[in-house]
Design a protein around this ligand. Structure first.
Ligand SMILES: [Zn+2]
Length: 101
């Protein structure tokens, strides 16, 4: 599983350490999305949001800590892309319903 790293403040260790949390492998998600004709998009969005909500764990003691630096922008860009794709799919669905063949 892909991991996302950030500097965190660990209360147990009493110092700044490197923390990790599950990250979203967007390349794999994109492949599955293409293989399922976009149906995987909602699952991908749920996975990305769930991973983003998880706390970082200290690499030394395993306690959770809060990030003291911003996480990399990759996950934010993925979520933005997913929202844009969802809007496009919703628009296409709306058009298909309004103008049946
Ligand atoms: Zn710690």
């Amino acid at each position: 599983m892909r991991k996302q790293f950030a500097l965190i403040w660990c209360d147990t260790c009493g110092r700044v350490t490197r923390g990790a949390r599950p990250g979203t492998d967007w390349r794999r998600q994109l492949l599955v999305c293409a293989a399922t004709a976009g149906l995987w998009l909602l699952v991908w969005l749920v996975i990305a949001l769930r991973n983003r909500a998880r706390p970082y764990t200290c690499r030394y003691c395993g306690s959770t800590g809060r990030a003291i630096e911003r996480p990399n922008r990759e996950s934010a860009l993925v979520i933005l892309g997913l929202v844009a794709l969802a809007v496009v799919l919703a628009l296409l669905l709306w058009l298909a319903i309004r103008h049946p063949l």
